[in-house]
Design a protein around this ligand. Structure first.
Ligand code: AMP
Length: 283
């Protein structure tokens, strides 16, 4: 694995691959890697001739009172994990390259970035889209691999790619979970032991609401209430949202309709640590 710091070095490193038409898969991350990230790497390796992974803790996607400084980092361990997975290039750009002095450009995706996480994190998805587009311009991969844990992020990137004609295929990948069903996240290590013990309630609540949907409940509000009630079983969870939305548009579901996939989506905060999870349900 080659570690590349500057966009110029990355371009030089990928020139040979590009001219011989080798397929490039790209896995963007913020580091502190886990099996969720590695599942994206494996999929990219399986579907491409080479894989570029990036590590960049993107300051633009954190709000002013969010955990940018506290976000976990472990460079050495990340490098070892990516080497083991036979990643070809690790692109780890500096902030000076990614967000140079005087930076003033923003990629703002519309409707799909407004609900769910967009409510309490109003600048988050513009920060994501701006940096993902910049990374795509630098790496110019054939395919980008994204996790469905960040379901709304996948829709935002898909929308941006379609709207701006970015020549890349977006490959959404399944959520990878801990043995107790908690969705893997770099932030999980920030949970206190007590909060970590309560965290699996998030997924249990999602599954309970999914069962209600599958059993024929058609009223969105009923599902929403059941989801919120189930989340209250984690006594320290502050619920940011507990929603049932249209899986394609993220619009609020009032009445469930046959054949229309819905997304059950949750964001909760334990102490200072915000967790998200979701469940896609096709009725
Ligand atoms: P992050 O480092 O948290 O920005 O995540 C980088 C990529 O890994 C994103 O596409 C995430 O959706 C994906 N990812 C994070 N956690 C998981 C997980 N538990 N399962 C699958 N993909 C994940």
């Amino acid at each position: 694995m080659r570690i590349v710091r500057s966009p110029r070095a990355l371009n030089a490193a990928l020139a040979a691959a590009r001219s011989s038409r080798r397929k490039i898969g790209f896995v963007p991350t913020m580091g502190f890697l886990h099996e969720g990230h590695l599942s994206l790497v494996r999929r990219s390796n399986a579907e491409n001739d080479l894989t570029v992974a990036s590590i960049f803790v993107n300051p633009l996607q954190f709000g002013p009172r969010e955990d940018f400084k506290r976000y976990p980092r472990n460079w050495k361990r990340d490098v070892a994990m990516l080497k083991r997975e036979k990643v070809d290039f690790l692109f780890a750009p500096t902030s000076a390259d990614m967000v140079p002095d005087g930076f003033q450009t923003e990629v703002k995706v519309g409707k799909v970035s407004l609900p769910l996480c967009g409510v309490s994190r109003p600048t988050h998805f513009a920060g994501v889209a701006t940096v993902v587009l910049k990374l795509l311009n630098q790496v110019r991969p054939d395919a980008i691999y994204l996790g469905r844990k960040d379901y709304q992020q996948v829709l935002v990137v898909e929308r941006m790619v379609r709207d701006l004609g970015v020549p890349v295929r977006v490959r959404p990948c399944p959520i990878v979970r801990e043995p107790d069903d908690l969705a893997m996240s770099s932030r999980n290590v920030l949970l206190s032991p007590a909060h970590r013990a309560q965290a699996p309630a998030v997924r249990r609540a999602l599954l309970e609401a999914a069962r209600l949907v599958r059993s024929g409940e058609k009223r969105g509000e009923r599902v929403r209430r059941a989801l919120a009630a189930a989340l209250r079983r984690a006594p320290d969870a502050r619920v940011d949202y507990a929603e049932i939305v249209d899986a394609a548009t993220l619009g609020r579901v009032v009445e469930l309709r046959h054949g229309k996939p819905v997304l059950l989506a949750v964001a909760v905060t334990f102490g200072k640590t915000r967790l998200i999870d979701n469940e896609l349900v096709r009725v």
